[in-house]
Design a protein around this ligand. Structure first.
Ligand SMILES: [Zn+2]
Length: 60
C-alpha cells in the first residue's frame, strides 16, 4: 500500500488514513483552499487535518 503525504500538513502516513471530502463538506473544502490554494479535493487530506478544519468551523 503506497504512503500518503498529506498536502496540508506534510505528514506521511498510511493511505487508509487519507480522507476524500464529500461535496457536502464544501465549507471545509473552501476553508482548506483558502490556506492551500494549490490543493484540490481529489488530493485528500489526513484525518487529523480533517478534524482540525471541522473543529475550526464547528467549534463546540
Ligand atoms: Zn494532514
Amino acid at each position: 500500500m503506497p504512503d500518503f503525504i498529506c498536502p496540508t500538513c506534510g505528514r506521511k502516513m498510511n493511505r487508509d488514513l487519507a480522507i476524500i471530502l464529500p461535496h457536502t463538506e464544501e465549507h471545509i473544502i473552501d476553508e482548506i483552499k483558502k490556506k492551500h490554494p494549490d490543493w484540490v479535493e481529489a488530493n485528500g487530506i489526513c484525518k487529523m487535518c480533517y478534524e482540525h478544519y471541522k473543529k475550526m468551523l464547528h467549534p463546540s
